[in-house]
Design a protein around this ligand. Structure first.
Ligand SMILES: [Zn+2]
Length: 289
């Protein structure tokens, strides 16, 4: 309203400027008449313009609320699906690491077994040599070598046992993890199906709603649309930017609206916002029209 008044004043001052510059007074008078007529028309028009704006905003609100409902229906599912997919990917990476650890352990065991086999061959050879020795010293050396070879075998056997134990632990972790991945994958499948069903059910409705919202948005001036979007964003919990007055209260925040303000709202001559929550207020009758 204030802006409108300023605009009117501007127009008048412009006319006055023209008056000063204009050579003929007759023409000026005509212009003034024209201007004043236009102003009167504008005032009449203004009432219906505001009413139309309010109706457009309320229409847009209804569409956006329906889109919000669809989003609520989908709920956290899109996010849950994404989280599960990420989690499963991480678990599979860990499973692959377990698998590599098991393979590495098995390779180590094969290495130890080969080493034992070699040691045994050496023992056989040296035992045979020992039975053919000619002096005590040679016999002693061979005995020491045989003793060392037997110690080596014991060390390899202990290592085989240790690695086997590690593999057993890793294998049970692997199995647990594999079962967990199976559970999560089953969970993911269910959630994905649920989500795709909801999307399928609401897809066309959402497309239509979005198209309608774009059509309505195109009829609302940019400044007002920005305000609408800002209020909606601030009212994140319910996304309501345009609310009717119900039981003498703002139905967005339930604060009381003074009678004079209620009257102004019913007149639909200007856009009135709730002093408490900043939502655009409409009279209850408009919701019934
Ligand atoms: Zn309010």
């Amino acid at each position: 309203m204030a802006k409108k008044t300023v605009e009117k004043a501007d127009t008048k001052s412009n006319v006055k400027k023209t008056t000063k510059k204009s050579p003929t007074t007759k023409k000026t008078t005509k212009e003034e008449v024209v201007t004043s007529t236009t102003t009167t028309n504008n005032e009449h028009k203004e009432v219906s313009v505001v009413e139309e704006r309010l109706k457009s905003l309320y229409g847009l609100q209804k569409i956006m609320s329906k889109i919000d409902e669809i989003k609520i229906l989908r709920g956290d599912l899109p996010l849950e699906v994404q989280d599960l997919e990420d989690e499963i990917l991480g678990l599979k990476t860990r499973l692959e690491r377990y698998n590599n650890d098991i393979k590495d352990g098995e390779k180590e065991i094969t290495g130890f077994k080969n080493a034992i086999e070699e040691a045994r061959l050496k023992i056989d050879k040296k035992t045979e040599q020992q039975s053919n020795v000619v002096n005590n010293r040679e016999y002693e050396i061979l005995s020491k070598e045989l003793e060392n070879l037997n110690l080596d075998i014991q060390i390899y056997e202990r290592k085989i046992n240790e690695t086997t134990e590690t593999i057993t632990t890793t294998r049970s972790e692997f199995d647990e993890l594999e079962a967990l991945i199976q559970d999560k994958t089953a969970d993911l499948t269910v959630k994905k199906e649920e989500l795709s069903q909801i999307i399928k059910d609401t897809e066309n409705e959402e497309i239509e709603l979005r198209a309608t919202s774009k059509e309505i948005e195109a009829t609302i001036e940019a400044r007002l649309l920005t305000a609408f979007k800002r209020i909606r964003k601030n009212a994140r919990r319910n996304g309501l930017a345009v609310v009717p007055v119900e039981r003498s209260s703002c139905s967005g925040c339930f604060s009381k609206i003074p009678p004079q303000r209620q009257l102004d709202i019913r007149l639909r001559k200007k856009i009135i916002v709730c002093e408490n929550c900043g939502r655009i207020l409409i009279d209850f009758e408009m919701t019934q029209e």
